[in-house]
Unconditional design. Structure first.
Lengths: 338, 370
């Protein structure tokens, strides 16, 4: 694995995405939904960073902001291209369009993510066509290769998406994401709409492709067991912020944030004799329009003290390559998964 | 291998079917819509070739046939069945008690109906001068829908009226369609202030009661204008309100589609806005537009009919269904000459047919919905 002091493939610095809340006849902005708030992370080439969190915590928004599918409010996204780090947030429209082929996305919903009015050939070929990579015969050849790679039948190129099952549609989506030879792929809950057996197939396919094409993934999921299976490192999000970032093994064995501990305790264990106490979080997920003071997690945290209500915890590297935002990261000894 | 190929073909056909093929499949299952569509096709063909299909000139006054009732088509006489249909000549008599003119069938005068018969001269689409009519009798007029107060053939007049009434719907909707697409497109695509303003304007326009608005606007059309100018004046008046509904549909659909994942996927892989609009957005909402256009036409037709009925739309000598219905404005006519209401029946059938067709199209519009 590449060390941190070498240049990562992607580095996100202080990324923010605030959605304005408008009210009244004149649509006055009365507040902001802080969907992504001061996020810092880096991803090395060839690794998979898993992002995990409850629904509504901003995982998807983070993924979309990184690709600039939606415009981030603030912050910078550095992407390594031909040895240089370019800031994606500062690109103008044309150069952004030109760099789009290096970053791709796999969507959660295999139904709405494919245009039902286009054939498989057109869908998978679109990235080739719009980036002037191949046309006509050449495009068809390339699409055939891609379809083969993701394990679909080459004879079905002329079919429309409605002819395929959810798992097959997801494979079409993966083939489309691979078409332009990207380096970095945001996989936004790519398996959560599939049933378990198909989930496993798709995950294995993604892993095989990663080795074959030297891909780097930002893998978004709410399912810790999926994350454990596929990621090299894990980032935990809570109400728009990343609260913990660590190597997968380290994270599962030795979580440093109380929220991570609660998440891990909810993971089902295959051994019935192991009766771990589940930590049931009280209260609701904080409202991102009106988050609590200090540490966002303090109203639900059983270790919370006075300082948690007042001060926002600092984002610091507690152990090597183990970042956490908690006042008591060093004091607490939290339970992971044995 | 060969055998296998033949077996999958039916299923494969469904899998490789385009959006429009799937829509046709679904549409065909809607029997009422097929009925409505067929009715409309027949009506429009009759209206387009109205000169050819009408047996008489619409302005020719047959003084002997004032308020003549519709003649019945017979296949049987005292001798039995005839393959060639015929009508009996009408004989006018005076009712000895009420002194009203009454018409009775003169069984001695049998008028067989011929096809492609020569009759009054007319110009088809103002281009070809001819005197061949689709059907007619050799001597004397034929009144399938009866005659009006001047002895003019109502069947022919109805066909000519259909030309104006049916086409006004299409032209009006075409104008509304263009306006609706542009304004709705701007509203949906740019959003923000532009969206706000257009939506408020549309809400305001929809609030105005249509009949008084149309009345005041059409009262402003100069009396001296020729029928063609009046025609386009009426179309524009009807479209003023007509575009609002379409603009809303376009905007709503755009807002909905903009959020779809496949649009984002196209954006992420580097497609330009132009490509996204033409390749992804337009095909997706074109079918909805067609449905809404189909459902908007009846309003136009009804609008024109009511305006003309009130004497503010098309005026004689031009004929439209509304103009023809002016003759049926009092109870006396309704009681004595109910055939003057036939244009009203035509309007009802047309509107129903459009609604059935629109219904079927709406069901077929999104073939991917389960």
């Amino acid at each position: 694995m590449i060390k941190k002091n070498e240049l990562p493939l992607l580095e996100v610095k202080n990324l923010k995405k605030y959605f304005p809340v408008e009210k009244g006849f004149w649509r006055k902005t009365v507040g902001y939904v802080k969907a992504v708030d001061k996020v810092n992370l880096y991803i090395n080439e060839g690794e998979t960073l898993g992002v995990v969190g409850e629904s509504g915590c901003g995982k998807t928004t983070l993924g979309r902001c990184i690709l600039r599918a939606i415009e981030p409010t603030e912050g910078s996204i550095l992407f390594r291209l031909n040895g240089d780090m370019i800031d994606i947030t500062k690109l103008d429209r044309e150069s952004l369009r030109a760099t789009r082929r290096y970053t791709q996305m796999i969507f959660q919903d295999p139904y709405s993510s494919l245009d039902s009015r286009m054939t498989v050939l057109d869908i998978v070929g679109e990235p080739l066509l719009v980036n002037n990579l191949a046309t006509g015969r050449k495009m068809e050849e390339r699409v055939k290769d891609l379809v083969n790679v993701v394990g679909l039948n080459v004879k079905h190129l002329k079919r429309y998406p409605h002819a395929f099952s959810g798992g097959q549609r997801q494979r079409i989506g993966i083939a489309r994401a691979l078409a332009s030879n990207p380096k970095f792929i945001v996989a936004d809950e790519p398996v959560s709409a599939l049933d378990v057996s198909v989930q496993a197939q798709t995950l294995n396919l993604l892993q095989d492709l990663q080795v074959e094409f030297k891909l780097t993934y930002l893998f978004i999921s709410h399912d810790l067991s999926v994350i454990e299976h596929i990621s090299d490192r894990v980032a935990v999000m809570y109400v728009g912020k990343i609260v913990e970032l660590a190597k997968t093994e380290e994270f599962f064995l030795n979580p440093l944030h109380p929220y991570s501990e609660a998440l891990l305790s909810a993971l089902p264990k295959p051994d019935p004799r192991l009766r771990m106490k589940r930590i049931i979080l009280s209260g609701e997920v904080a409202n991102p329009v009106n988050p609590p003071s200090g540490c966002y997690f303090h109203p639900r945290c059983k270790y919370a003290e006075e300082i948690c209500k007042k001060e926002e915890p600092e984002w610091k590297e507690v152990n090597p390559e183990h970042f956490v935002a908690c006042h008591f990261a060093k004091e607490l000894s939290l339970k992971g998964v044995i | 291998m060969k055998n296998n190929k033949r077996k999958i073909s039916a299923e494969e056909k469904l899998y490789v079917a385009t959006q429009w093929q799937l829509m046709r499949r679904k549409f065909k299952k809607h029997k009422l819509a097929i009925l409505g569509g067929t009715t409309l096709v027949i009506f429009y063909i009759l209206a387009i070739f109205c000169g050819f299909f009408s047996p008489q000139d619409i302005y020719k006054q047959h003084s002997g046939y004032i308020y003549a009732p519709p003649q019945r088509i017979h296949f049987f006489d005292e001798e039995g069945f005839h393959l060639r249909p015929f009508v009996y000549g009408l004989e006018r008599k005076i009712d000895p008690i009420t002194f009203r003119k009454i018409y009775i069938e003169d069984k001695t005068r049998k008028l067989p109906i011929y096809f492609f018969v020569r009759g009054d001269k007319y110009k088809l689409w103002n281009l070809y001068s001819t005197d061949i009519h689709f059907f007619g009798v050799k001597d004397g007029p034929i009144f399938l829908f009866g005659a009006d107060k001047l002895g003019r053939d109502l069947f022919s007049r109805n066909l000519h009226a259909a030309r104006i009434s049916l086409s006004i719907g299409l032209v009006g909707v075409a104008i509304s369609f263009i306006l609706g697409c542009i304004i709705g497109g701007i509203s949906g695509y740019f959003g923000g202030m532009a969206d706000m303003v257009t939506q408020r304007v549309i809400e305001f326009l929809i609030c105005i009661p249509t009949i008084p608005l149309w009345m005041s606007l059409s009262a402003a059309l100069p009396k001296k204008w020729p029928p063609t100018k009046i025609y386009f004046g009426i179309v524009i008046i009807l479209s003023i309100v007509g575009w609002c509904g379409l603009a809303r549909v376009v905007r709503g659909k755009l807002l909905e589609l903009r959020e779809e994942d496949f649009v984002m996927a196209a954006k992420i892989c580097g497609a330009t806005s132009g490509r996204i609009i033409t390749r992804h957005l337009l095909p997706a909402f074109l079918s909805y537009l067609i449905v809404n256009v189909t459902l908007a036409i009846p309003n136009m037709i009804l609008g024109e009919t009511s305006l003309s009925f009130l004497g503010l739309g098309m005026r004689a000598p031009a004929v439209s269904w509304g103009v023809l219905l002016q003759d049926a404005q009092n109870v006396r006519t309704l009681a004595l000459h109910p055939w003057l209401l036939i244009p009203g029946l035509c309007v009802i059938i047309t509107i129903l047919a459009f609604n059935f067709l629109g219904d079927g199209l709406r069901d077929a519009a999104d073939p991917y919905k389960l």
